[in-house]
Design a protein around this ligand. Structure first.
Ligand SMILES: [Zn+2]
Length: 236
């Protein structure tokens, strides 16, 4: 049972795409390693053809609670306001959406495909915004699943839960991360990968290093370094 898909399998997936839009979706998810929500909210304006970058907007929602008597910030566990001392029967709930964005470099092949797709009139106008895709999450999942079946890709297993699942949009993001770790698993490489993927926690990024097996392999091989050196000595 496999835990992630290889870059060669992504190529098979791209070949199985029924049209340019589906192919572009697969392309972007792997080449950018972005979240499906991020890919689906991409706008034509987010692509900078001169700088060769794509701006990813990530909305993070956070709930803020405050005291109904004095307005001081409180936490969920507070029965009495720590500032005014009044009993808090019902706190004021305010949802804060904070907008974060990251500017990602993109390779020329993906950029060329984006250009062709835009020129062919692929983008869809929704609420005054020119969206690259204009499909919903459900449709995106379906596209990836159908292409994976057509390309006869294996089902994957989640290394943490042991559950078997179909190839999903998130698998392309994982495949990107594993590919990146295999090419460069130095501290700097992982830090850049964390920034690129938009992970709040470094531990989430470091998990891919474990999944790729490179860290384990490197550690194991080092155990026998002396022996390898001895062998080379006896041979010469
Ligand atoms: Zn108060």
């Amino acid at each position: 049972m496999r835990t992630y898909i290889e870059p060669e399998e992504i190529i098979m997936l791209e070949k199985a795409a029924a049209n340019l839009r589906d192919k572009l979706l697969i392309y972007l998810l792997f080449r950018l390693g972005c979240r499906i929500s991020e890919a689906l909210s991409l706008k034509v304006d987010d692509i900078d053809f001169t700088q060769v970058t794509v701006t990813i907007v990530h909305l993070k929602r956070r709930v803020k609670l405050s005291c109904p008597h004095c307005g001081a910030g409180i936490s969920r566990g507070h029965t009495f306001c720590p500032k005014c001392g009044e009993r808090v029967v019902e706190a004021i709930v305010k949802e804060l959406a904070h907008r974060r964005q990251r500017v990602l470099p993109i390779n020329s092949r993906t950029l060329a495909m984006l250009k062709e797709y835009i020129e062919r009139g692929g983008p869809v106008v929704r609420n005054g915004k020119k969206l690259i895709f204009g499909i919903n999450r459900h449709r995106a999942w379906q596209i990836i699943k159908e292409c994976a079946e057509k390309a006869e890709l294996p089902k994957l297993v989640n290394p943490e839960t042991g559950r078997v699942h179909n190839v999903s949009p998130h698998c392309l993001r994982s495949a990107f991360a594993v590919h990146a770790v295999k090419v460069n698993d130095s501290g700097d490489g992982l830090r850049l990968l964390q920034e690129h993927l938009g992970h709040a926690s470094f531990n989430t990024t470091a998990r891919y290093r474990k999944v790729s097996g490179e860290e384990h392999k490197g550690w194991y091989m080092k155990l026998w370094d002396n022996e390898e050196n001895d062998n080379s000595k006896t041979q010469t």
